[in-house]
Design a protein around this ligand. Structure first.
Ligand code: NAG
Ligand code: NAG
Ligand code: NAG
Ligand code: NAG
Length: 410
């Protein structure tokens, strides 16, 4: 399995932990708020690793890249409209322990997080946002509109899904614009039955604190597996940066800092140890790593320059993670319109990550399309022995009565 696999989660996974604490302005609200931010970050990390494991399992021997934060925010946004066990499933699927944190605290947590991430920062380009595309005739509850706006800073666009190609272009172009052209086609198809689409996007661009010199980048071997080797542009650097040799899990970690003091953590499992390491990806491991990383001189760091992309449909994977009802006619999304007649048809996610001598550029988006539940179709199949009675209406006389056990028998 390619070591690049590991990269996928880092940036994104780390961001959900690391982008948080330092620069969040916690003024008057104090401990309580900080406890919530911490709970939010640790639930998000738990969700990130769970989602990673499912994606890695479904895409063996392929690069994996996604933004767990984008998926978490999009699902939390959707949960504003969910009720009953549909709601509980989403929040528990996002790894919140509902005996410890309440729904309103979760939404406030995401509200703080969105505000913190969107603070202007001259060392870092980071923008995270939400939008909803609403079928012209769909009447949303005022409460849903207000919460979407206040808690998730969502923009709203009236959309004619009757013309699915035009609706798809409108949404995909919006995402493309917000991700600086990096996510070009979030939705591949959009059904004409769609009445509502929720979108989250993330764009990130940062420069390494210590940049690689392009003059030192040379073609070198990268061992995809024991048998397969490819040539890659390999960057190289001599620097002092947080480093940890994890003997217990059999891997080496290097943390590269951006000028903003955010960072990317690169994890290199020992040969043949990728799967063992993947199994140990849990929030406690990340915490232990963070405590163990210490600045060290690395005389020669070799890191490939790369550009990877992905496009996933997450329906099955979310189902595996326990978020099931939203996809079935048992869905209760009555918080959106007041009526229990909506169902999620697709959850799609696209991500792109470029790592080069200057730094990192990454973008991701998550889209959730929602349809009206089709009218219940009733099917009755007489495909086993049955009875028959033919009754004359006026006299209520049973004129024939029988049992059909084998229709092919004379
Ligand atoms: C949720 O939190 C409670 C109280 O802290 C704890 O007893 C319980 O084990 C937790 N549940 C899960 C699934 O972690
Ligand atoms: C995104 O849209 C804004 C406003 O319409 C425009 O000014 C900007 O150039 C667009 N950016 C990209 C990358 O298309
Ligand atoms: C590697 O190549 C050897 C010999 O060609 C073969 O027996 C083995 O199955 C290959 N291993 C993998 C992982 O492809
Ligand atoms: C990053 O951290 C260093 C050391 O703690 C500090 O001197 C510097 O001002 C920080 N830079 C930013 C952009 O926060």
């Amino acid at each position: 399995m390619s070591p690049l696999l590991a990269l996928g989660l880092l940036l994104a996974g780390l961001c959900s932990v690391h982008c948080l604490p330092e620069n969040v302005v916690v003024k008057d609200q104090d401990r309580r708020a900080r406890v919530d931010d911490h709970t939010l970050a640790s639930s998000n990390t738990d969700f990130a690793f769970s989602l990673y494991k499912q994606l890695a399992l479904k895409n063996p021997n392929k690069n994996v890249i996604f933004s767990p934060l984008s998926v978490s925010i999009a699902l939390a946004f959707l949960s504003l409209g969910a009720r009953g066990s549909t709601l509980t499933e989403i929040l528990e699927g996002l790894k919140f322990n509902l005996t410890e944190i309440q729904e309103t605290e979760i939404h406030q947590g995401f509200q703080h997080l969105l505000q913190a991430l969107n603070q202007p920062n001259n060392q870092l380009q980071l923008s995270v946002g939400n939008a909803m595309f609403v079928q012209d005739q769909l009447k949303l509850l005022d409460k849903f509109i207000e919460d979407a706006h206040v808690l998730y800073s969502s923009e709203a666009f009236s959309t004619n899904f009757g013309d699915p190609e035009a609706a798809k272009s409108l949404i995909n172009d919006y995402v493309k614009n917000k991700t600086q052209g990096k996510i070009e086609e979030l939705f591949k198809v959009l059904s004409p039955e769609t009445v509502l689409v929720l979108v989250n996007y993330i764009y990130f661009k940062a420069q390494w604190k210590t940049r690689f010199d392009p003059k030192h980048t040379e073609q070198a071997e990268f061992h995809v597996s024991k048998n397969e080797t490819v040539e890659v542009p390999m960057m190289t650097l001599d620097l002092k940066t947080p480093y940890f040799r994890d003997k217990e899990l059999g891997c080496t970690l290097v943390e590269l800092m951006y000028t903003s003091n955010d960072s990317a953590l690169f994890i290199l499992p020992d040969e043949g140890k990728m799967q063992d390491l993947e199994a140990k990806l849990i929030p406690e491991t990340l915490t232990r790593w963070r405590e163990s990383l210490h600045p060290s001189r690395i005389h020669e760091l070799y890191l490939p320059k790369f550009s990877i992309k992905s496009n996933y449909e997450l329906n099955d994977i979310l189902f595996q993670l326990g978020i099931k009802k939203i996809f079935t006619d048992a869905a209760d999304l009555s918080g959106v319109t007041g009526t229990r007649n909506l169902v999620v048809s697709q959850v799609v996610h696209g991500a792109a990550l470029d790592v080069d001598e200057e730094g990192t550029e990454g973008a991701a988006a998550t889209g959730i399309s929602i349809e009206k539940l089709a009218f219940q179709r009733t099917t009755v199949r007489f495909d086993r022995p049955f009875l028959i009675a033919i009754v004359l209406k006026d006299t209520q006389s049973i004129i024939f009565l029988g049992k059909v056990t084998n229709p092919t028998q004379a």
